[in-house]
Design a protein around this ligand. Structure first.
Ligand code: NAD
Length: 292
């Protein structure tokens, strides 16, 4: 794996998500050139400012790679469960759609588990269908969570072997915390998952060789808690006074960490590229197995 590291003035090396995303894009461009057909990704986004930004970033990368997204949906936040399910069923049945990506969080009245279970598992770009979650549990995932895969790309870019390392994940959501913890276990890291009910977060953070934070709480993790020499991956995206910040106090944390991902410019751009990579993987699966 190529190490893509941007030097920083303080102790920690800043993990450059944009550079890592570009490297993945170069590989994908080559792969797409060898395909006879252009994969099509349908994105279902609910009209919120965060979702619109994510949709724009996904569409821009897809267009530059030659992945079709023209049939994507911007759904009104008051859409009914039945209407969401009808859209998914239409995409499932359409052989021209190879990937389905539903933006999270869903509006509060939409049942996320019914949505996950309805997506054709071969088109499930976020790896949320129960079949795909089960495969991840047994370390046999064919399509994994885009954010969790992005976290692992950033960690792997450091070149550090995870076997036997203390890994601490803050957050236990289905799209980030849980899949990341499974992937860390697959690498033989000794993995602890913390969440909103964890007592003494500082104690757990303080012993982490690898720290992944996905809580969605601005500056929850104080720089002084970081173990010297740790790898720190900040997944959080929070808007504070019009500025995007992560869950980690970056300036103080980078004095102690060996490697740290910034927000913005860390996990985010790699996640968008993993959506593209998973779309290509889904396309290849369907070419091999056929449509349902
Ligand atoms: P979520 O709300 O589903 O889960 C949050 C998790 O954090 C839960 O497990 C909760 O128990 C835990 N938590 C909340 N407050 C805590 C506290 N005070 N102490 C310890 N744990 C606490 O969120 P999510 O969907 O997993 O997303 C998490 C963050 O990651 C959000 O900021 C989201 O915007 C961001 N995100 C970023 C990307 C990306 O590509 N960069 C992708 C997905 C999500």
């Amino acid at each position: 794996m190529t190490r893509i590291l941007a030097p920083s003035h303080a102790m920690g090396t800043i993990l450059d998500g944009k550079a890592i995303a570009e490297r993945i894009k170069e590989d994908l461009t080559r792969e797409l050139a060898s395909l006879k057909q252009r994969p099509r990704l349908t994105i279902m986004s609910f009209l919120t400012p965060a979702s619109e930004l994510y949709l724009k970033a996904q569409e821009a990368q897809a267009t530059s790679l030659g992945i079709e997204t023209s049939g994507s949906y911007c759904l009104p936040p008051d859409i009914t469960q039945e209407e969401v399910e009808r859209v998914i069923q239409r995409c499932n049945a359409d052989p021209a759609v190879h990937g389905i990506f539903v933006h999270q969080p869903l509006p509060p009245h939409i049942d996320p588990q019914r949505v996950s279970a309805l997506i054709d598992p071969r088109k499930d770009i976020e790896g949320i269908h129960p079949q795909n979650s089960a495969r991840r549990f047994f370390a046999r995932a064919r399509i994994g969570s885009c954010t969790a895969l992005a976290v692992m790309e950033l960690i792997e870019s450091t070149g550090v072997d995870l076997a036997g390392k203390e890994a601490v994940v803050i957050g236990h959501s289905e799209i980030v915390g849980r899949p990341v913890s499974m992937l860390l276990l697959d690498k033989l890291a000794t993995t602890t998952v913390c969440h909103v009910a964890t007592k003494d977060l500082k104690r757990h953070v303080n012993r982490a060789d690898v720290l992944v934070v996905a809580a969605g709480r601005p500056h929850l993790i104080k720089g002084s808690w970081i173990k010297p020499g740790a790898i720190v991956i900040d997944v959080g995206i929070n808007v504070v006074n019009g500025r995007v910040v992560g869950d980690v106090e970056f300036e103080t944390a980078k004095q102690r960490a060996a490697f740290i991902s910034p927000v913005p410019g860390g996990v985010g751009p790699v996640t968008v590229m993993m959506v593209m990579k998973n779309t290509v993987e889904a396309f290849k699966l369907q070419q091999r197995d056929g449509h349902g």
